[in-house]
Write a protein that binds this ligand. Structure first.
Ligand SMILES: [Zn+2]
Length: 291
């Protein structure tokens, strides 16, 4: 881990004894502030011991439910829940520069929106019927284990929205395998893609869509397990699952290290109660009941 001052970025730092809980403290010679390795990272608020915390990360990697984590580690459900939220939050930037290439599959998958909300589509028009209560996720994969998944809005998405969401993440000239939805046409045209259409109504074409079908099914399954009816941090969850292929074929301790390193370097810092105050108040009781 590089020794840079988290306040001013200077490398002129020196060791400066230990903090109350035994962590190596450093002093910045440029700005005069002292810090520990975790300062200005998501780990700054960690109270669990090192071993327990590593187990917590392992369980999150294995997609354990909040209830499982709470039971295995003897921590409050709320603690397990909050840490999962925090870790997911560190991966917010992960997909931004991801570009699928070669043979690329895309598809949209719909989630029912949890009750009670008034739903507006693009341009603020009120959505009607079935589409009104659906959140659309645009998903894509390629053969190189790259995956993308973005919340794209409510109801069916337009050609413009489709281009906006997928466009930056599909390399020009790639082959695009899709279900022939008309809103994909503009994407195919403007990115110079070679479109291969597999209509869901034609049975024999369905195997061609299997890779993306499997990915969408996985998103759906885990979404239900992890969030119940909670949509507010669906994107955070999607960011996390697009990162997960990076961990494949690693041993668990290497996976934990990689996740920790990513979180450190992401420099994402937030207190759950700041970012999700409303959500915690509104949903937390409900979420716990669900599990
Ligand atoms: Zn400094």
């Amino acid at each position: 881990m590089e020794e840079k001052c988290p306040y001013c970025g200077s490398c002129h730092v020196k060791r400066n004894g230990r903090s109350g809980n035994g962590k190596q403290r450093r002093l910045c010679l440029a700005c005069g502030r002292s810090f520990v390795k975790e300062t200005h990272t998501v780990f700054a608020s960690r109270k669990l011991g090192e071993e327990k915390f590593r187990m917590l990360i392992a369980l999150i990697i294995r997609d354990a439910t909040v209830e499982t984590i709470s039971e295995c580690l003897g921590v409050l459900s709320k603690t397990a829940y909050v840490w999962r939220m925090k870790l997911y939050g560190c991966f917010a930037g992960y997909q931004k520069s991801l570009v699928l290439k070669g043979k690329v599959w895309i598809d949209e998958t719909m989630f029912p929106v949890s009750g009670g909300k008034i739903c507006f589509g693009e341009g603020g028009r009120k959505l009607r019927g079935a589409s009104r209560n659906q959140t659309v996720v645009c998903a894509g994969i390629d053969r190189g284990w790259h995956r993308i998944a973005f919340v794209a809005g409510r109801g069916h998405i337009s050609s413009a929205r489709c281009l906006e969401v997928y466009g930056p993440h599909v390399e020009r000239g790639s082959e695009l395998v899709h279900d022939g939805t008309f809103s994909h046409d503009r994407l195919v045209k403007e990115k110079g893609l070679k479109g291969t259409t597999c209509k869901s109504t034609v049975k024999s074409f369905r195997p061609l869509m299997k890779p993306i079908d499997d990915f969408c099914a996985m998103i759906k399954r885990n979404k239900v397990i992890h969030m119940g009816g909670m949509d507010d941090y669906l994107q955070n969850y999607l960011d996390w699952i697009t990162f997960k292929p990076c961990l494949r074929s690693l041993k668990m301790d290497e996976k934990i290290r990689k996740v920790e390193a990513y979180c450190f370097h992401s420099r994402v810092v937030f207190r759950v109660k700041d970012r999700y105050c409303g959500i915690m108040q509104q949903h937390f009781g409900k979420i716990i009941e669900y599990f």
